[in-house]
Design a protein around this ligand. Sequence first.
Ligand SMILES: CC(=O)[C@@H](O)[C@H](O)COP(=O)(O)O
Ligand SMILES: NCC(=O)COP(=O)(O)O
Length: 250
Amino acid sequence: MNPTKTALSVNLNKVALVRNTRHLGIPSVVRAAQLCLEAGAQGVTVHPRPDARHIRGDDVPALSELVAHHGGAEYNIEGNPFHNLMDFVRRLRPHQCTFVPDSEDQFTSDHGWDFPKDAGRLRPVIEEARSLGVRVSLFMDPRPELMAAVRAVGADRIELYTESYARAWGTVRQAEVLAQFAEAARAARAAGLGINAGHDLNRDNLTDFLRAVPGVQEVSIGHAFIADALELGYTGAVREYLACIARAFP
Ligand SMILES: CC(=O)[C@@H](O)[C@H](O)COP(=O)(O)O
Ligand SMILES: NCC(=O)COP(=O)(O)O
C-alpha cells in the first residue's frame, strides 16, 4: 500500500461557469487557482468541454502559466482525447491528462472507458501524450477485471469515477460500494497503475473513501469544493479538504 498522503487537485470548472454569465472576467479562474495553490492545494484541474460552457480555450494556457510559477504544483487537464483535449496536451504539455469518454454535449461525466472495446483507439493517443512527457490517467468505473487491460494499453493511472460511492455514502450500501472500490484499487495497483479518484467527492464523504480505498494518489474535487468556497473562501475550503485528507492518514 502507498502510505503517501493523497494530493488535492481543485477543479475550477464551476468558477468559470459563474464567470461566463457576465462579460466582466469575474470571478477569475487564475486568481482562484492562485489562492488554492497558496493555501496548500497540490494542483488544479480543468475540464475544457467542447461547448466551452465553463472552462474556455484561453483559460487553459493561462492556468498552465500560473501553475508553472508554483513550484511542485500539478496541472491536470481532463477531457475526451477524440474531441478537443489533445490540442491542449500538445500545446501545453500539462503534468497529467485525464481521458474521459464524454460526448460533446455531456451534462457531466457519468461513465468510464469500456475495455476491451476502447483499447484500440486509446492506444495511439496514450502513446502520443506519454511521448510528450504527459502522464495519462483513464477515467474508469470501479471494475477490477478491467485493470490489467488498462495497463496493457499504456496508461499510467486510472481515475476511479466515484459518483456511485457518493450516492451510497451514508446508506446501507456504503460498505458494499466501498469494498468494490477497494478491490478495483487493489487490482489497479497489482497491474502497475497509479490511482486517482473523483466525481462528487465532498467534505462528508472524502475521509471515509480514503480510509477504505488504499493508495489513492490524487483526488480532483470541483463541484462541492466551489460550493464550500462560497461559504468559506478558497483558502478556508482548501484547509477543510486538506484536513479531510489528513484524517485518513493518522
Ligand atoms: C471527469 C469528472 O468527473 C469531472 O471532470 C466532471 O466531469 C466535472 O465536469 P463538470 O464540471 O463539467 O460537471
Ligand atoms: N475528476 C473529477 C473532478 O475533477 C471534479 O469532479 P466534481 O467534484 O466536480 O464532481
